[in-house]
Design a protein around this ligand. Structure first.
Ligand code: DNO
Length: 362
């Protein structure tokens, strides 16, 4: 596995490349161009500039999170072909710059969703929180407005202003839109881009829906083992792969996260893993928490063991951290707790690898 760390760019991140370089075992950043509008082709010069910026700190740029998908592609509008063409141009340019994996999602309108960004934890830290009753009783506009207010001026990933400005109109365009239609449009998109991916050596990695169930009546189709199975079958190519995110899938107690990791990693379809913990409550709420298994509902040892035992050699990163030690940062994406998470994941991996070596030499 190759340990990487998400970075939002010099102007937009409270964390510096110099700091990331000092986290043990991190070989590269997970980057993106945040100033290119969704649907536009990414300019080659900007990609190269980001790569050089990372390289100056001995960090690679081999993973992009995300090249976002224009809503017209998700909705299957006639204009989708133009956006798919631009997408392929971005993929070709990224490949030329040495990028190997592109993470993306196919969630209509909203990306990941929480109702609170700084929920107080008993230890004095704060964490992202999902309150089920708010989602069922409030309008998307009011929850989104409240979240924007809490974001401390940082633009949250997937919550870019141009996307939110037209929230009402975009939500309306999904009225009556079915899961089946969304699957078909994902299939159309994948069939159109996989030849480019194969030609240039780029692996696509779809991110699970977060949370992994429909919200505000919007269909969500990347949410459990069955849907992942269907997605990898849409195009039978290693370029049609997955980002498996333990925290997203794990919000649904029915998802056996280690088993899902094991299954798709053994198929060679997991190119990127987001590994973090969450704590679920019986009423459907959940909170993010420290990565440590005993802090939440997921067994991170079993998740890492599933990856190790299936020969996982893709990219991995810790994910959403709590805000600790008075850090001021983009919610979920501070330095300290993600660095603790990284170190914990590295420790689990070393212990699992050495345990397995000891077993085989017995
Ligand atoms: C949130 C992230 C998501 C993720 C996208 C992938 O923190 O996990 O925004 O990057 O869904 O396209």
């Amino acid at each position: 596995m190759k340990m990487v760390f998400r970075w939002f760019g010099a102007d937009a991140d409270s964390v510096s490349l110099g700091q990331i370089r000092q986290i043990p075992g991190v070989s590269g950043i997970v980057g993106a161009l945040y100033d290119v509008a969704v649907g536009e082709a990414w300019p080659e010069a900007k990609i190269l500039a980001l790569k050089l910026e990372a390289q100056a700190y001995d960090l690679s740029l081999e993973v992009i999170e995300s090249v976002n998908i224009h809503e017209d592609i998700k909705l299957g509008r006639p204009s989708r072909d133009k956006y798919i063409e631009n997408y392929c141009a971005s993929l070709e340019r990224l490949a030329r710059a040495g990028v190997k994996v592109v993470c993306y999602n196919f969630m209509p309108v909203l990306d990941w969703f929480r109702t609170e960004l700084a929920h107080p934890m008993p230890d004095g830290s704060t964490a992202l929180f999902y309150e089920a009753s708010k989602v069922s009783s409030l309008s998307p506009e009011s929850v989104v407005a409240a979240i924007e207010e809490e974001s401390k001026g940082f633009v949250l990933p997937g919550w870019e202003r141009d996307r939110l400005a037209e929230l009402k109109t975009v939500l309306a365009s999904y009225e009556g839109f079915t899961e089946e239609k969304l699957f078909q449009n994902l299939g159309y998109f994948l069939k159109a881009i996989v030849p480019t991916c194969e030609k240039y050596g780029i692996k696509m990695a779809i991110h699970p829906d977060d949370p992994p169930w429909p919200i505000f009546g919007l269909p969500r189709i990347v949410r459990d083992e069955a849907s992942l199975e269907r997605i990898v079958g849409l195009v039978d190519s290693p370029c049609n792969g997955l980002t498996l995110c333990s925290g997203s899938l794990g919000a649904n107690p029915k998802n056996d996260v280690p088993a899902i990791m094991r299954r798709f990693s053994a198929m060679g379809r997991v190119h990127f893993a987001h590994v973090r913990n969450i704590k679920r409550f019986p009423n459907g709420d959940y909170t993010e928490c420290a990565h440590l298994s005993s802090s939440g509902s997921l067994d991170l040892y079993e998740i890492m063991r599933a990856l190790y035992e299936t020969g996982f050699d893709g990219y991995i990163r810790s994910d959403h951290g709590r805000m600790i030690w008075d850090e001021e940062a983009r919610p979920g994406y501070g330095l300290y707790d993600r660095a603790l998470g990284t170190t914990y994941l590295n420790g689990l991996w070393e212990a699992i690898a050495k345990g397995a070596q000891r077993e085989t030499s017995r």
